[in-house]
Design a protein around this ligand. Sequence first.
Ligand SMILES: [Zn+2]
Length: 418
Amino acid sequence: MKLYNTQSQSLQEFEPQAHTVKLYVCGITPYDTTHLGHAATYCAFDVLVRYLEYRGATVDYCENVTDIDDDTIREAPKRGTNWRELGNTWTAHFIRDMIALNVRPPDHYPRATDVIPEIIEFDKKLIEKGFAYESGGSVYFHVSAYDKFGQLSHIPKSEMLAIANERGNFPDDPKKRDPLDFVLWQAQAPGEPAWDSPWGPGRPGWHIECSAMNYKTFGPTIDIHGGGADLVFPHHECEIAQTVNFTGENYFARLWMHTAMVGYDGEKMSKSLGNLVMVSDLLKQHTPDSLRLYLAKHHYRKPWEFTSADLDTSLSECTQLTQAVQTSSGDRHAMDFEYARAAFERTLDDDLNSPAAANVLCELSNAILEHADVGRDVREAQTWLRRAASIFGLRLDAYGPEARVRFGWEQHINRFPG
Ligand SMILES: [Zn+2]
């Protein structure tokens, strides 16, 4: 199987069968509703997980919740609540959307606030090793102490600061030695939540949270690290810098996978532009299957735009897929569908080309209906079609999400009372 690695900027052979695949995907910062861009990311990784399982791998999947962050602290008072309640509420909403979309739950679902001791250990060791420094009760990673910074994003040093500033960096923080240095621990500001640390009360920086949750869950290295393309820089670049300098390993993730941004009306779908398409709104008018098939029909790595007309097409395709698995079979010589199985696997082996694989299934559903019409035995083809459709999370004629989806997420949701 070949997957595109952001770090090497090339397709890379990925052999899933050999062992348990350790997969970490950056989760939400819970302060608002799940939009279509979130759904596209988590459904793409769901297809990856389900296809790796289909190919015989065991996947150990960790997704996190960034429950303490500038966004949750800033938004909570505006909504008359505190960061913890706000986080619990929106995490529970997100989980309900994931259940509705039949997204396989992660095996591990840590919150940033679960790993405060690990974060402090990271910071201490990075200071000891000369990669970080304390200043005024805060701790910063000193970017110029690490000459491989930029290895993931391939952004020239001269352009890094402008991009970092758009994505949460504070260049004018007087406690920093260099404007590009990023915060590992920030001293408590008035009214902000805080934990004790060797540098006084404070809270973790955003990037170190994912390094610590990753390390606590999986140890020093993982197989695949994923997230939205807007996380490549600075978030994932900083994660590598923190983790490899903490562990001493020469790599962190074997492969970095990033999902493209989703647009609407010619612009990036974003909260600041106010053009978000919410998953819960879409699910009021469309079936979960049609939404899942619609998402599968966009390649995870190519930016695309939302149009509701395409959702209607997906609904009629789902109807035909369902008819194909339900139609009564004849008993004359069995229909050959090996060509479809081979094409399906070949396309998904090619950097998870789900649009091409979805077409294979739609064509197969047509062929099944034609063969059944003339009395051919289509039962094996139907069984395989069900199995293959489940890789896109489709339920066809089954009722509601899979039991493992519902029960798995419900175990996580219990930790977010809200
Ligand atoms: Zn992250």
